[in-house]
Design a protein around this ligand. Sequence first.
Ligand SMILES: C[S@@+](CC[C@H](N)C(=O)[O-])C[C@H]1O[C@@H](n2cnc3c(N)ncnc32)[C@H](O)[C@@H]1O
Length: 442
Amino acid sequence: MAISPARSAAFDILLRVELRNAYASELLHSGRWEQLSTADRGLATELVMGVLRWRSRLDEAIGAASARPIGKLDSEVLNALRLGTYQLQYLNRIPAHAAINDSVELVKRAQKRSAAPFANAVLRKIAAAGFEPHPESIAWTAPSLAREFAHPQWLVERWITAFGRERAWAICRQDQQIPHTAVRLDSAEIEPELQAEGIELAPGALLASARLVVSGDVTRTRALQEGRVMIQDEASQLVAALVGRGRRILDCCAAPGGKTAALAARNPNAEIVAAELHAHRAELMRKRVRAANVHVIQGDALSLPGSGDFDRVLADVPCSGTGTLARNPEIKWRLRPEDLSDLHSRQVAILRAALQQLAPGGRAVYSTCSVEREENEAVVEEVLHEADGYRLCDAGDELDRLRSTGELVWSDLDSLLSGRFLRTIPGIQPCAGFFAAVFERA
Ligand SMILES: C[S@@+](CC[C@H](N)C(=O)[O-])C[C@H]1O[C@@H](n2cnc3c(N)ncnc32)[C@H](O)[C@@H]1O
């Protein structure tokens, strides 16, 4: 029996995410699934993201309906069951028989034919049990928050300790929502062009150059394909704005290039070097960021050629991404507490190397899309402790400047700050969770 293209794509993507550590949002926008119709891509996205967001709740329902422990199920069978259960429990508009039949067919297609009757029985049991959407209780303990909002308990415990119960609740709740798509416009003329292609836009909450996509598939527009519009969270746009203006700018961890493109738009006469460790990501970036003043190189931020002659440096380091779980929900199931100390060491090394690239009087921005202290304040403290000749600037002064030029439209600047750092928290500000620190070389 034919399986719907959207469910087939969603299943393949879920398996790649689980077995190959791939990122769902990258796969959904990759060439392989580009030929899906707009409607199928929309449904595939909803299915993949929904399954990843609610995975532990789906597994709970599957576990209750299955005689076999879910830990013993093959990945193909488990992911077909998750896909079916998500549709049965969360998508009212999909008839139960369509959700069940396609999941059973997916099990057969994955060469697990003998598990097909089992999958059918489990999904029928889940469908028969009915489902009450989770009441939005104010769950205040780590176990109840973790269960209600489908998060690993260790992460929730950390957030309660770091931010308090109310903010931890807000983060968890936000992570379970479909995040709005924000774009950065290179110039105001692009707005009517996008509108003519059927894209409805609303003003951004933080930045004058940002727009929120209200309806329409912006990924299929000419302006996006030509690199004149970038999909970019507003907090990420704000980090790029913090870098300010310069003549020679280094972006030392640059792909996929959202911030590089923003730097290029702000500094059309600057020479911008964008370094990326991985060759395939550097190549992808060359295609996406077309500004003539950007020179993309494949290289390790720890050992870039030349030193000490950039007046602006951005170190947007590899991080856990816990500020972006609404968009990248697989991260919460993949991350282990011990990963944070590994990331911390890499981040310290990259920040030290980035500071070495600064010319006297130059400024560097260190940033992450993580809300974890180890990757943020702790990195800055460790590097500053031994970095003679560098000072930590107050990010609040930079925000004041951006506000006075009209670039920053958000008025409550204090809410974007934590001490001398820029810090946004998902569910508290209308953007992903980012952190940035600004350094100046004497
Ligand atoms: C957080 S992402 C950068 C996002 C990018 N700045 C943007 O706004 O689109 C970090 C990037 O750094 C790259 N990377 C990791 N380690 C690196 C290193 N040692 N040198 C250069 N790039 C590195 C990763 O492959 C990844 O593409």
